[in-house]
Ligand binder design. Structure first.
Ligand code: FES
Length: 137
């Protein structure tokens, strides 16, 4: 995988691993449907990518930063929730709050795949979960 030049228009960057190397799409898509893969995203923010049933990546990247006080959290495969260990907030697979104290949905970034390149770019359109302006813009 020879990574393409990083884009600057629209602020897109390549999804990277913990060592800062771009991650080929095939590496993540080799996982079963439903997998949440954690990558280093925009501004280094850890971001979950989701493998869909059709073997593609979901266009919503979910930022691993609890909207209560900013803890990182794991994906709970059994409960099908993101569960914050700090104060117990829980989020749906789409990042919608199921239980507080968090009261805002998880931040989204846009995920696009071109060949083996996984691009992450800022989500500036309406939040598809609420229909409103995204709270993070
Ligand atoms: Fe996640 Fe408080 S930081 S619940």
């Amino acid at each position: 995988f020879i990574p393409p030049q990083e884009k600057t228009q629209g602020g897109a960057i390549l999804a990277k691993d913990v060592l800062g190397n771009p991650i080929p799409a095939g590496q993540i898509l080799a996982n079963p449907a439903g997998t949440r893969a954690l990558v280093a995203g925009l501004a280094g923010e850890p971001t979950y990518l989701t493998v869909r049933d059709d073997g593609t990546l979901h266009p919503w990247g979910i930022v691993d930063n609890c909207t209560h006080l900013g803890c990182t959290f794991p994906w709970n495969e059994i409960d099908q929730q993101f569960q914050c260990p700090c104060h117990g907030s829980r989020y749906s697979p789409e990042g919608v709050v199921l239980r507080g104290p968090a009261n805002l949905p998880l931040k989204l970034v846009r995920v696009t795949v071109e060949g083996e390149a996984i691009w992450l770019s800022p989500w500036t359109e309406n939040d598809p979960r609420t229909g409103n302006n995204p709270w993070w813009v």
